[in-house]
Structure formats: C-alpha cells, structure tokens
Design a protein around this ligand. Structure first.
Ligand code: ATP
Length: 325
C-alpha cells in the first residue's frame, strides 16, 4: 500500500469521552507527521438527540467512501428498539475481524474476536415472558476469522482456540473449523473452554499468545484482559474486513468521567498507531507505540492508572517523547 498522504480517514469522535480521546489521537498523529484528509462524521447519541437519528444512510455512505475510520466511542440512544449503531457499522462494512492487542511491561497477547455473528447476530425475539437470541456460527465466518488469527500466530508462538463446545453445539463447528485452518497453516495450537480461559487470563496470562474466539466471548474476555493489563483506557483495536477498516479504543463512552479531562487517551492513541500500520506507515506506527511506552514509563498516567495527569498532559508527553526518538 502506498503512504497515507492521499488517504481519506473518516473521524467519528462520538459521545462521552470519545471526542476527548480522539482529539488526543489526532494530536499525536500530527506530531508523528501523519498526512491524510480528515472527514468528520457525526454519529451517536448527541446526533440522535439533535435529529432523532444516531446515524443516517449518508453517514454510512461517507464511512464506506473513506479508506478507513478512526472511531472514538458512542453511547446507545435510550430506546430499546434502537439497533446498536456500532453493530450496524460492523455488519454493513463486514468488519469481521476484531483484533485486540494487549501489551504491558511483561504481557503481550492478542485477542482475535469474530465480529459479525455469534450471539450478536441481531436475530432476536423479544417477548414479555420469554425472549430469544439466536447464536449463529457459520463455517465461512469461523474460517475467515481463523485465517486472520493464523496470519498473526504464524509470526508468533501459538494459537489458542477459545470455545464452549461442551455446552454449545454451535461451538463444535467453530472449534472444528479453526482446528482445520491451524493444521493446514502449520500453526501450533491448543483449544480451551471459555471458562478456563477466563480463569487462566487472571492466573497465568503469560501462557497466552494469540487467542481466537466468537463474538460475545471475545467481548467479555477483552474487558477482562484490559483489567489484567491495568486499565480499559490502555487498549486499542482494529476492526478489519476485506474492503474496510475501523480503528477504535476498546473502551466505551465512559459517561462517568466524560468532560472531566481525565480520560486515558492511550487506547485511542494506540488505535491511531494501528491505523498507521494498516495505512502502510509502519515506521509512524512504531514511533507512536514507542512514544506511548516511554511516556507511561516516565509517569505520564491518568487516574485510572493511579496517576494524576490529565488527558492533555498525557497527550503532550507522548508528543514530546516522539520528538526525542
Ligand atoms: P460500552 O457499553 O460502550 O462498552 P461501558 O459502560 O461498558 O461502555 P466503558 O464506557 O468503557 O464501559 O467504561 C467502563 C469503566 O471504565 C468506567 O468506569 C469508565 O470510567 C472506565 N473507563 C473506560 N475508558 C476509560 C478511559 N479511557 N480512561 C479512564 N477510564 C476509562
């Protein structure tokens, strides 16, 4: 891929702390000398309050038209019939692979979460006495997420396939399909029940390298992994499809701290680094990640990490660290 210079990036700041952390990510991208056209797209709760729509068809078209999306966080409108906007974007753009790296001083593992099916199929029947959600696992969906996980694992140590096939028949297909891909690709693998994985993530997280799993399990294990690393605010993600990509911190809009200027911007900054990697600028991606690590090591930490810094101060520290390298 050529450099990011001629690229168009849709910027969805969103709600809550979304705009605060996206402002930081953009400041760091500027500091790294990243060049791309920014296309602001207003999506989310604030937009819903203003217009009655959290996302219009034109917004979806604008997202599709850009090379990729830098996304903050959005709050869901308080209407039980409203479909989650982020789920809709993931489905419409077929962003089937959610890549979530977790890094700290002594930990380094990646959760690869299937992003479009499983219990987030959207196939639901809601009743007064009984409600159902259909868990959809397909061979195609399992195969393509396993391929992405193997792409990552092949350059690393091993793959762990996380499932609950002893209780959920649908997971037999997921497990069998992932195993077959790992065998074909020559990737060392093991499999593990999701409850055991949840336990092991706390007891011995170093045993993990690349984990691949279904939608809901990946969602829950990711927040657990963030806790193991130290804070949701540190963690980034890429949502990848064949034609589109969306980069976002794994945290939500955190309304409890929105507007206070204390949100940890590192997850959003790291998401921006993942975006630069994807846009074909690996040097800028490495520069940003190295600056984040240096800034954290120097004590530039927001309150979620036990520090006293404000969002702006952490951002400035990361930008200053990039100048040193
Ligand atoms: P969602 O449903 O959108 O995932 P959530 O309410 O489950 O959202 P978050 O919005 O991510 O979860 O917030 C969970 C907790 O983590 C909150 O207490 C929030 O303040 C904290 N938190 C999340 N992101 C950050 C951040 N960047 N910096 C500091 N604290 C954060």
């Amino acid at each position: 891929m050529s450099g990011a210079g001629s690229k168009k990036v849709a910027v969805v700041a969103g709600d809550g702390i979304g705009p605060e952390v996206i402002e930081s990510a953009l400041a760091v991208l500027d500091g790294a000398g990243a060049k791309f056209e920014r296309v602001p797209v207003e999506i989310g709760l604030a937009r819903w309050k203003r217009t009655g729509l959290a996302m219009a068809e034109e917004d979806l078209a604008a997202l599709k038209e850009c090379d990729c999306i830098l996304f903050g966080a959005i709050s869901t409108p308080p209407d039980p019939n409203y479909e989650s906007v982020l789920l809709r974007i993931r489905k419409e753009l077929d962003l089937y692979a959610n890549i979530r790296p977790f890094q700290s001083q002594d930990l380094d593992f990646i959760i690869v979460r299937e992003n479009t099916e499983g219990l987030y199929s959207g196939l639901e029947e809601v009743g007064v006495e009984e409600s159902r959600t259909l868990r959809v696992i397909t061979r195609r969906g399992s195969q393509r997420i396993a391929e992405i996980a193997c792409d990552l694992a092949i350059a690393r140590r091993k793959l762990t396939i996380i499932h609950k096939s002893n209780a959920l028949k649908s997971d037999c297909l997921f497990l069998e399909t992932c195993r077959a891909v790992a065998v074909r690709r020559g990737v060392p693998y093991e499999d593990m029940l999701v409850d055991a994985a949840a336990y092991n993530l706390v007891i011995n997280p170093k045993r993990f390298d690349v984990l691949v799993t279904t939608n809901l399990f990946g969602d829950i294990l990711s927040d657990e992994a963030a806790g193991v690393i130290g804070s949701l605010g540190l963690c980034s993600s890429a949502n990848l499809g064949s034609d589109h990509a969306l980069f976002e911190p794994i945290h939500g809009s955190a309304p409890d701290i929105a507007g206070k200027g204390i949100a940890n911007p590192v997850g959003a900054i790291r998401s921006a680094a993942m975006m630069m990697q994807w846009l074909g600028e690996p040097k800028k991606a490495r520069l940003i990640e190295a600056a984040v690590q240096k800034a954290l090591a120097c004590g530039a930490k927001t309150p979620d990490l036990g520090g006293k810094c404000r969002t702006r101060e952490v951002t400035e520290a990361v930008v200053d660290c990039m100048e040193i390298f």
